[in-house]
Design a binder for this molecule. Structure first.
Ligand SMILES: [Zn+2]
Length: 387
């Protein structure tokens, strides 16, 4: 079949889907099948763009680059066209990823991250490890895959990892300037550790203000209070939280002891649990990024004896607190639900065997659960994979 006929046939099949009632397509199996075909088409298109780029047929139209031609004729932003072109070139060095993408086993997002991990310093390791990395991309949820790949980069190119951490650190900036009308404009960029410190404190104050706003709205409108009833929007609350942070900083007497921990970093024994060097929210950081903090930060040490560690700390208590709570937070790092990505700092600690059924308040019987999944368990049928 000629290519024209193939694309016409494809259009015909898509036409059928277009005419189908969306409700008929709205089941899990069909959604997965549609996503798979969407990715396969994206892979074919990307390969075609790279070949078009190399063939230079675009020159005849007076275009300066293939991306400019694609941007103009296919109505996509120039940056998106460039990105596809780059990805297509990258595919030439990633045969395993290319095959997996064409099969729909992985998607453009994973291929993009893989391409970003391959550079002159890592290309030899990449060639060796590509099947393993593509395997991870196929099996893991996207954010876990990104984390695993970040560790791979640290091992494949330790110097490069430290250099990019240094570059990130060097790029830190905050701009605070007064506008013509007398307001203040604020923006900037912080490194992973520094940003995590600021975000944690700011979020804590925001949460306090939210509680106040919620109580005030409840007093005003009664039990059926909704987010729309709150007196401030989320961004207004964050602005107020920042001012409150400054107010508290000014109120703190000189020489006060800093609260602990300022940030949590998980560092593992490579032989025990594989390489671990990440913040509590799952952001992988270069070991060197921690060095400036070693003499200033309060370090928190959590030691795990092994998966079967038995502890009865707080077994008679109903609420997870202190070391037991912290141990579970650091061990699980996020909500237990397989479809949830809420990191531990925004979660509660839940009994696996409920307290009412005799479950103990121990590390073994505790797990991190976001508010939604903690409540859901007590309300309806258990989610898939939950005990
Ligand atoms: Zn959850």
């Amino acid at each position: 079949m000629a290519v024209v006929e193939v694309t016409a046939a494809l259009a015909g099949v898509v036409d059928e889907l277009v005419q189908a009632d969306p409700l008929r397509l709205a089941d899990g199996e069909t959604l997965q099948a549609l996503h798979r075909q969407l990715e396969r088409l994206a892979a074919v298109t990307t390969r075609a763009v790279a070949a078009f780029d190399a063939g230079r047929a675009w020159e005849a139209d007076g275009a300066r680059t293939a991306s400019a031609w694609v941007s103009s004729h296919c109505h996509v932003p120039l940056a998106a066209a460039r990105r596809r072109s780059q990805l297509g070139r990258g595919l030439r060095h990633m045969p395993v990823a290319e095959t997996a993408w064409l099969a729909g086993d992985i998607g453009e997002a994973q291929v993009g991250v893989l391409a970003g991990a391959r550079n002159p310093a890592t290309e030899a390791c990449f060639e060796r490890d590509e099947p393993m990395l593509v395997g991870l991309a196929t099996e893991l949820r996207h954010h876990r895959f990104v984390r695993a790949l970040a560790y791979w980069c640290q091992l494949a190119d330790p110097d490069g990892t430290e250099r990019s951490a240094e570059a990130q650190h060097a790029a830190r900036c905050v701009r605070l300037s007064q506008t013509f009308g007398g307001c203040w404009a604020l923006d900037g960029l912080l490194g992973p550790v520094e940003g995590s410190i600021v975000a944690t404190v700011l979020t804590k104050i925001e949460d306090e203000l939210f509680e106040t706003d919620w109580a005030e709205a409840k007093a005003r409108v009664g039990e059926g209070v909704r987010p729309g009833d709150l007196s401030r929007t989320q961004v207004q609350r964050r602005a107020d939280a920042l001012v409150e942070m400054a107010r508290r900083a000014a109120a703190m007497p000189a020489g006060s002891r800093l609260p602990e921990p300022l940030f949590t970093v998980l560092v593992g024994y490579e032989t025990f649990a594989g390489r671990i060097c990440e913040l509590a929210d799952g952001t992988v950081v270069a070991p060197g990024a921690l060095v400036p903090w070693l003499d200033r930060a309060w370090a928190e040490r959590v030691v795990f004896d092994g998966p079967a560690r038995v502890t009865d700390v707080g077994a008679r208590r109903r609420i997870f607190a202190g070391a037991t709570r912290r141990g579970i937070e650091v061990r699980d790092r996020g909500c237990f639900h397989p479809l949830c990505e809420t990191p531990a700092p925004g979660c509660e600690i839940d009994h696996i065997v409920p307290w009412s059924a005799g479950g103990l308040t121990t590390m073994e019987n505790g797990r991190v659960a976001c508010g939604f999944h903690n409540r859901e368990r007590h309300r309806t049928r258990p989610p898939p994979g939950a005990p």
